[in-house]
Each structure stands twice: as C-alpha cells, then as structure tokens.
Ligand binder design. Structure first.
Ligand SMILES: Cc1cc2nc3c(=O)[nH]c(=O)nc-3n(C[C@H](O)[C@H](O)[C@H](O)COP(=O)(O)OP(=O)(O)OC[C@H]3O[C@@H](n4cnc5c(N)ncnc54)[C@H](O)[C@@H]3O)c2cc1C
Length: 425
C-alpha cells in the first residue's frame, strides 16, 4: 500500500484551461504526479484573444478558494446581483418586465488571459509538469501508456471530437446564437449595485453586461447573443474592431437605447478584446476509446458544451474539476471505464440541470411557464431571489424552472403566502 508522501498515481491532463488547471493543481496537492499538455504557452494565452466572459458564481469560486488559487479576489470587481429585463422592439425605452435580485455571494469574472498563465505558473511551482504541444490521437496513446489516467479537458478543441455525441442529451445540430463579445473601458455603470445586466429581446437576442478584471485592471464585458437569421445576427469575425463596435452601438441605438447611453464612451481594452463566434451546444459520452483500446476521460466543455447565455461553462468546469478530484483521490484500483462513467455521472448531476436551464433560455419562444416565471419574479422578490441563486446552483431549477407544473405550484404558493392566505395543501 502506498504511504502518505508517495506519488499516488500519474495523471495526464490535456488542456490548460479552467478545468484542466484546477484539477491538475488539486491532484498535485493530493500527491499525484501530474502532467498538463497545453497547445498554447502562457505568453500565447496572455497575448491572445479574449476567450470567454467567465462570470463565476459563488459555488464555483469556492473550489478555487479551497485550492488557494483565488488570486484576484481583492482586485476583481464584485458582481452582486442579477437584473433581467425584457424589451419589446416597439417600446425600446422601457422594459415590458424587469426584476433584480442579489446573488447569494458575489460573482467575479477574471479574464482567462490573466488567470490561466498565473495558474500555469502555480501548477509548475508546486511540482506539475507542463508540456507545450497540441495533443493528437497518437500523443493520447503515449500518455495512456505512461499514465494511470488521461483526462481530456481541451475545451472546444477539435480533439473533443473523439468523444461520441450523446444525441439523447444534445437537442441541437447547429448553433442557437451568434455571439459577439467585447471587453471595454468607458461603459457607464447603471445606478445601484453592480449586476449582471441581462436584457432580453424576445425572438431577436439577448445582451449582457458585467464588470470584470483584466490585466490592466477593471473593465466591463458586453456580450451579444443573437438568434441566427434575425436582426442581431450581424457579426463577422473578419470585420475590424471599429466596425464591430459601431455595429454594437447601432443595435443598442435601435433596440436598447438606455444601454447605448451607457456605451457612448466605450473603447476596446486592447486589439484582442473582441470575440465573434458561434458554437453548437453538445453533450458527449464521457469515455473515448483510442485505437489501442485505451480509454480516456472527457471533462468540462469537452463533454458538456453549452451556449454562454446563462454563464454556466466556467462554473461547470470548476465544479467538474472539484468532482473529478474528489472521485480520483478517493478511488482505489484502476481508473477504468466504470470509474470514468461514475465520475461523469456525478458531474452530470450538476451539469445536467445547468444544460437544461441553458437550453430553456435558448428556446425561442421560451416555454409559457418560463415567461410566466419572469413575470412572477418581477412581482415577488422571493421568486426573483431564488431565480438569481439558480445561476450559482442550477440544480435548484429542476422542480420549478424546468418543470411546468412545479413552476405554477411554486408561484401560487408564494402568491398565497404574500397574500397571507394559508398554504395550498
Ligand atoms: C463568448 C463566451 C462567453 C462565456 N461566458 C461565460 C460566463 O460568463 N460564465 C461561464 O461560466 N462560462 C462562460 N463561458 C464558457 C467558459 O469559458 C468555458 O465553458 C470554460 O472556459 C470551459 O473550460 P474548459 O477547461 O473546459 O476549457 P477551456 O477553458 O477552453 O480550456 C481548454 C484548453 O485546452 C487547450 N487545447 C485545446 N485543444 C488542445 C489540444 N489538442 N492539446 C492541448 N491543448 C489543447 C485550449 O487551448 C485551452 O487552453 C463563455 C464562453 C464563451 C465562448
């Protein structure tokens, strides 16, 4: 039996992102020999394009705190609440429905170009091996031969294609939003708390803003989620930054003039601060089999890729790292397929509701009960607060946001309570 202090096993992780680095750092702390394979150096990430808006809620940050890698807690602007406002195109000045609520604990968004290089440095400092290469099937074979466990945490990298799509859990065959994201200086703050400001224009798209921390200090992120083929689907990655920003302002002028007033003075924080793209939400089977027959375990975006509309991906990645870490350190015996399926099964308990919640937000039109819940949240602070807390823990969506009958049962319970009526039996 291995003694405390012995190396407990060798794990190779492909991908130095939110999931791979957090898992790698955690495993080293528990005595594992860990190699992380990254297709980009720290400098390339630092000097590269923005990758995400990475708003992370309290539970997901908790794992980073537990690992001691929450290096930016003091400098990062706090995101204290969530406001959701729905606008009709014919009445752009005033929302048809709006509500806001505090988040349980503050959310934070740290530019991944700042975070990942620092985590790579920390990973190496505590004894991890960082290998810079783009992993291929052949290299996965090599890692599988020399490691007890290979985890693929390569995000949206092409290597995720090794994992078979789980068609039963993947309702979409194409992107549901075209995405435009900007890191900017000069966005005026709305009055009051610093919030995720989420504006919905039904059947056109959504617009989100929140503060973030980047290498140069605090900034704001603007995220347009545009329904393909509709009026906001105007983004091209070949457009210049000036063209993109002027297009963004044009959409705000027409659809969200209050948001345009906030955005009069904006400028991108650097030349790489705009991201244009689209992704197809996809759930994959957690275990891929290499030509040799060896099995590798998929993690985070590789196996559960969601649209960013509900800001769940980095949160899921952190939770996945936490769950896989707990599974690996508690396991005795081979890290075989049964182990891998079990680890993913545990992750799916949280990623499943997050996926269903996200897909409900993507649906256009959204289900009737979901629209009614938005109205109820505007009327009853208790409902608004519970909704906001679901961003942190989407498992709580299951018996109301995701369940039509549960939604109406809960809203009438709350309404009855507010009116001082006895609870319905
Ligand atoms: C526009 C946008 C906005 C978003 N906003 C939010 C948000 O507000 N909140 C939130 O929680 N999530 C958000 N997300 C999602 C979030 O960024 C991702 O879900 C999260 O980063 C996934 O973590 P990961 O570790 O799985 O992958 P990543 O963080 O993408 O890391 C994967 C790494 O693997 C590397 N890699 C790829 N292929 C290979 C290979 N073959 N060999 C070696 N290395 C490889 C990549 O270069 C990358 O460094 C957003 C995403 C987008 C696109």
């Amino acid at each position: 039996m291995k003694q405390v202090g012995d190396v407990r096993g060798k794990v190779t992780i492909v991908g130095a992102g939110q999931a791979g680095l957090a898992l790698g750092i955690g495993l080293i702390r528990f005595g594992f020999d860990v190699t992380i394979v990254s297709d980009r150096t720290a400098d390339e990430i630092r000097d590269g394009r923005v990758t995400s808006s990475q708003c992370m809620f309290d539970l997901a940050q908790g794992f980073e705190r537990a690992l001691g890698i929450n290096f930016w807690d003091d400098e990062c602007p706090l995101i204290e609440g969530l406001r959701i406002s729905a606008f009709l195109p014919q009445f752009p000045e005033n929302p048809a429905n709006t509500w806001s609520a505090a988040l349980g604990g503050p959310a934070r968004s740290v530019d991944q170009r700042l975070k990942m290089p620092r985590w790579m440095e920390e990973f190496e400092r505590i004894g991890g091996t960082l290998k810079i290469e783009s992993a291929t099937v052949d290299s996965l074979e090599e890692y599988a031969e020399t490691s007890d466990l290979v985890v693929v945490a390569a995000g949206k990298g092409a290597i995720a294609g090794l994992f078979e799509t789980d068609t039963a859990r993947s309702p979409y065959r194409e992107p549901q939003r075209s995405i435009a994201m900007f890191y900017v200086d000069g966005l005026a703050k709305p009055s009051g708390r610093s919030m995720v400001e989420f504006s919905i224009i039904p059947e056109i798209g959504e617009y989100l803003t929140y503060p973030a921390l980047t290498a140069q200090g605090p900034c704001d992120i603007m995220l347009f989620e545009s329904i393909p083929g509709r009026a906001w689907d105007v983004w091209s990655p070949t457009d210049s930054n000036d063209e993109l920003l002027s297009r963004a302002k044009g959409l705000l002028a027409e659809y969200l003039p209050r948001e345009l007033r906030r955005a009069q003075e904006i400028a991108l924080i650097d030349d790489n601060a705009a991201l244009i793209g689209r992704l197809t939400p996809t759930v994959r089977k957690p275990v891929a089999t290499l030509p040799s027959g060896a099995a590798v375990l998929g993690m985070a975006d590789v196996v559960v890729l969601n649209d960013p509309i509900t800001a769940q991906g980095s949160n899921n990645a952190s939770k996945c790292a936490d769950i896989y870490l707990q599974k690996i350190i508690r396991h005795s015996g081979d890290y075989n397929r049964a182990f891998m399926s079990d680890a993913f099964g545990e992750y799916w308990k949280t990623a499943g509701p997050a996926t269903a919640f996200t897909n409900q937000f993507l649906s256009s039109p959204s289900p009737r009960h979901a629209r009614d819940l938005q109205m109820a949240a505007a009327q009853y602070p208790e409902i608004a607060t519970r909704f906001a807390h679901c961003m942190n823990d989407p498992r709580d969506t299951v018996d109301w946001i995701l369940d039509r009958d549960g939604a109406y049962r809960y809203t009438s319970e709350v309404a009855n309570r507010y009116m001082n009526f006895p609870m319905a039996s």
